[in-house]
Design a protein around this ligand. Structure first.
Ligand code: GLN
Length: 490
């Protein structure tokens, strides 16, 4: 069975027509992964036995016509920072190399309730810190479009899995761009929902006030369907939204975009933006206009401050969140120590990678007395300013449009020695997390060297429907073929 190009909707249709069973589909994906993932390394580990059991379960339900979950029989790859009961969850770190969670994250519960089949856990930058998936303690994921390039990060494994046809749906987490930037690098659709829309219970925290779980898929329709299945209030997460009833995203995306007001922030198109990316975005803007959307350039001068504020706030929160990994309660424990202090120091020294240590140092520094006001408090003031700038912009616009990343997928190893260069890859994405807004990245073209280019749409809080609608119409007009060239066995 040729599944590489399958979308969620193709599989669902196949089930309806009785063309194949959930077991056949699950087997086909697992086989493809086993055959080709050596060259991509999208997965840290597979969930083979359990996935086949789940598939059998779903098949029985379908036969008995019991329920029709939104993701019935859909294989899904999950980023390895989301807790899966009985299935190793490493967070890409030696610290949690052997960690088997005793519970399922709310996301996993929802996926299972919807009938999805968890086929494996995907590679990521350690504790979701990075933009290239090179910070994983286990492997470097390759970009399926060009295996010499990075897939983006930190959800690089999830993005690569969808691009490579290893799963029609993958789940990622986004703290400063980690769903959208890899989606852009791998030519897939990636959505970071409004902060609070998807429960974070069971997501291993990086920066709690910024982290958000979201889907990566091949199409906007698949994205809308997946969001429908995973969103919703959760009493286990105090920051999950309470008052809103679920929208029907899939139905709403087909609506008209005539008169949709699209703001184009000119600061997102200035120095540092790759020429070919600018060109592709330009083409999409013209298409939107032809469809009746009203585009307008405006000024959103947050770029210089957003990146600094992001790295201060996220590192501060990370340093607190990662304090629990001390070699005592759970996680890696050093074998060489005398006394409790040395146990903690040695465990952390041996099990955390370079980037994680850098963030912890930065975070404790900006939180230390004497520097707290100079850095952390300033960053919090900037956070307020950034939020206000977006709120003001949304008085005039329904959505804001920008590139997802200023650069094309870069070479493996190219930016590892220069963390600041690496941080710049997130310049268009971090401010959205700071403001808690939803944003989507969709493929909008290719470079001359056939590397994917992503376009970002940013929305008002809980207005995912507007984003998805604009993205859907653009996708229909663009008609980009995102099937990757055949992968080689290695
Ligand atoms: N690349 C950014 C960082 O390193 C964002 C990471 C993320 O969104 N998890 O912090």
């Amino acid at each position: 069975m040729e599944i590489a190009g399958f979308k969620i909707q193709d599989i669902q249709q196949g089930y309806r027509e009785g063309k194949f069973s959930p077991t056949e589909i699950t087997k086909a994906y697992l086989e493809r992964i086993k055959e080709l993932d050596k060259g991509i390394q999208a997965f840290i580990h597979l969930n083979e036995e359990d996935a086949l059991l789940q598939a059998k379960d779903v098949a029985e339900k379908i036969q008995k016509k019991e329920t029709a979950g939104l993701l019935e029989g859909i294989p899904v790859a999950v980023k390895d920072n989301i807790c899966t009961k009985g299935l190793r969850t490493t967070c890409g770190s030696k610290m949690l190399e052997d960690f088997i969670p005793p519970y399922d994250a709310t996301l996993i519960k929802k996926l299972k309730e919807a009938g999805a089949i968890i086929i494996g856990k995907t590679n990521m930058d350690e504790f979701a810190m990075g933009s290239s998936t090179e910070n994983s303690a286990f492997a470097t994921t390759k970009n399926p479009w060009d295996t010499g390039k990075v897939p983006g990060g930190s959800s690089g494994g999830s993005a690569a899995a969808v691009a490579a046809g290893f799963a029609p749906l993958a789940i990622g987490s986004d703290t400063g761009g980690s769903i959208r930037q890899p989606a852009s690098f791998c030519g897939v659709v990636g959505l970071k929902p409004t902060y609070g829309l998807v429960s974070r219970y069971g997501l291993i925290a990086f920066a709690s006030s910024l982290d958000q779980i979201g889907p990566l898929t091949k199409t906007v329709e698949d994205c809308a369907l997946s969001l429908q299945a995973i969103q919703g209030p959760d009493s286990m997460d105090a920051t999950s939204y309470k008052e809103r009833s679920a929208e029907n995203y899939l139905e709403e995306i087909k609506g008209n975009i005539k008169g949709l007001k699209v703001g184009v922030p000119k600061e997102f198109f200035q120095k540092g933006l790759h020429g070919e990316i600018a060109k592709a975005i330009d083409k999409s803007m013209k298409l939107l206009e032809e469809m009746g959307a009203e585009l307008e350039e405006f000024s959103l001068p947050i770029m210089d401050t957003a990146l600094s504020a992001y790295y201060i706030i996220s590192s501060a929160e990370a340093s607190a969140n990662l304090a629990r990994y001390d070699g005592v309660r759970y996680g890696y424990r050093s074998e060489i120590f005398e006394g409790i202090n040395e146990l903690m120091v040695n465990s952390r020294t041996e099990a955390f990678g370079k980037e994680v240590k850098r963030r912890i140092m930065m975070g404790t520094y900006v939180l230390s007395s004497g520097y707290y006001d100079a850095y952390y408090n300033k960053a919090m003031m900037l956070r307020r300013k950034i939020k206000d700038s977006f709120s003001k912009a949304f008085e005039n616009y329904d959505v804001i449009l920008s590139p997802t990343s200023p650069i094309l997928p870069f070479g493996i190893g190219e930016k590892m020695e220069d963390p600041l260069e690496m941080y710049l890859a997130d310049i268009y994405t971090v401010s959205i997390n700071i403001a808690g807004l939803p944003a989507i990245s969709i493929p909008c073209g290719f470079s001359n060297t056939k590397l994917p280019i992503g376009l970002q749409l940013i929305g008002k809080p809980y207005q995912e429907n507007q984003l998805l609608k604009a993205a859907y119409h653009l996708e229909q007009q663009l008609e980009i073929d995102t099937t990757i060239p055949a992968l080689k066995e290695v």
